[in-house]
Design a protein around this ligand. Structure first.
Ligand code: DX5
Ligand code: ZN
Length: 216
């Protein structure tokens, strides 16, 4: 299993030791949650913070934009050194064009689905994306309870990917812990995002190792 700890649950008053912990951990990526107070009822942080994080972080940045009109910010996200730019399906009127522009900017393109958006909405884009991020909570806050229907959605997405020959990875975000992580692994997830489960623990490195060891 690949693991992407979410910076949203880190100590914002002292980020450097948190990122250094991620650097020496077995985490594969660092998940960065950008919120605009419009697409979601919360505001997190913006590009100046991500740029500062990128200078310290040795793991690829997995940037999750919970914002309206994400197309406007493609070059800024690229300039932050992002490996992957995740945009919400619900925020993109012309998703095909957004995905092409993310690729042209030299980043991997991810599409995110809210819990109430069916996997079937991706049928005509699945072969063009590098990753699908399934939200297993309503986006906006860390520490929420996992929505059980996300297991079924993960299975449906795995089926869609296999039936089309798409190379997209499946990432799941929200309420991930050892028990929900196990179920997601057997449903076909490739990457688990975890915020409070990792950063809220006395030994975050151990928590990352627990998620890393989960198998399909
Ligand atoms: C929520 C964010 C998540 C959040 C997950 O809107 O997209 O990445 O950090 O936090 P936990 O793992 O605590 O549910
Ligand atoms: Zn996220």
């Amino acid at each position: 299993m690949k693991v992407s700890p979410s910076l949203l649950s880190a100590n914002f008053a002292n980020l450097t030791p948190e990122i250094e912990m991620i650097n020496k951990s077995s985490a594969d990526y660092l998940h960065i949650d950008v919120m605009d107070g419009v697409f979601v009822p919360n505001i997190s942080f913006g590009f100046p913070v991500i740029k500062a994080v990128e200078k310290v972080c040795e793991k690829p940045l997995d940037v999750h934009l919970m914002i309206v009109e994400p197309d406007k910010w493609i070059s800024q996200v690229r300039d932050c050194g992002a490996w992957l730019m995740n945009v919400h399906y619900e925020a993109c009127t012309h998703l095909n064009s957004t995905v092409s522009r993310i690729h042209q900017a030299g980043m991997k393109a991810g599409v995110t689905l809210n819990p109430s958006t069916p996997v079937a909405m991706l049928e005509d884009i699945i072969e063009d994306v590098d990753l699908v991020l399934l939200m297993s909570v309503n986006p906006g806050f860390g520490g929420q309870a996992f929505i059980p229907n996300s297991i079924k959605k993960t299975r449906q997405l795995r089926h869609l990917i296999e039936s089309t020959g798409s190379k997209a990875l499946i990432e799941v975000d929200g309420g991930v812990n050892e028990s929900t992580g196990k179920e997601l692994a057997s449903a076909g997830a490739d990457i688990l995002v975890a915020g409070s489960y990792v950063f809220g623990a006395p030994d975050p490195i151990e928590r990352i190792n627990i998620l890393k060891s989960l198998c399909k």
